[in-house]
Design a protein around this ligand. Structure first.
Ligand SMILES: [Zn+2]
Length: 204
């Protein structure tokens, strides 16, 4: 396996805010970020919370480390574990009484997952989210919001009709078995080529 060098490019302030990994430019804050960024997602332990885009900010305020995280979905049971793991990691790095804050808005989107994270997810055998969340797609199109006629009922988030690629054989000939896989972040799929079931990390 080729070991890719991770480029932690810091985007200029404000640009691509929703897509870029918001590693702080400030040196002390970046050290806190780097410690928190080592924490793994308990559900997919090959992904760090930085890969997932769950880690949102890091700072040092009056000598104490402050970290904010945004859950992948509200009520995600992994968040308490993640919060404890960040505290532990910071304490072992010498930060006394670190503060880990849950920020719910703006809501997490699969757009925040890094390309590195998506690659690791596929290697782990989970199909990575493809495409962009509906909201940012509309923004990017420049056509303004798409109006639907009153007859179309949309009870929940808009589902994108995208083919999901089998992480085992790469076939696009797959079908959804269940909206919910091993966790509610994922859907259970089955591949019609290799017959293997797999989890798909849903776009939202
Ligand atoms: Zn397959």
């Amino acid at each position: 396996m080729v070991k890719s060098s991770v480029v932690n490019a810091v985007a200029p302030n404000g640009i691509l805010e929703r897509d870029a990994r918001p590693r702080p430019a400030d040196e002390a804050a970046a050290r806190v970020w780097d410690v928190a960024a080592t924490v793994l997602d308990p559900e997919v332990p090959v992904l760090t919370i930085e890969d997932l885009g769950v880690l949102r900010s890091a700072a040092v305020v009056e000598g104490r480390a402050h970290v904010t995280i945004t859950p992948t979905y509200s009520g995600c049971p992994a968040m308490e574990t993640i919060r404890d793991d960040i505290r532990l990691a910071l304490e072992s790095a010498g930060y006394g009484e670190p503060v880990v804050e849950l920020v719910l808005s703006p809501a997490w989107t699969t757009d925040w997952m890094s390309e590195e994270g998506k690659r690791k997810l596929e290697e782990y055998g989970i199909a990575a989210p493809h495409g962009h969340a509906a909201a940012s797609g509309h923004r990017a199109s420049g056509l303004g919001p798409i109006r639907t006629t009153g007859s179309v009922r949309q009870p929940g988030p808009i589902r994108l009709a995208l083919s999901v690629k089998c992480p085992q054989c790469g076939s696009l000939n797959t079908r959804e078995l269940s909206r919910f896989g091993s966790t509610s972040c994922k859907a259970l799929y089955s591949c019609s080529e290799c017959q293997e079931p797999f989890d798909y990390f849903k776009v939202h």
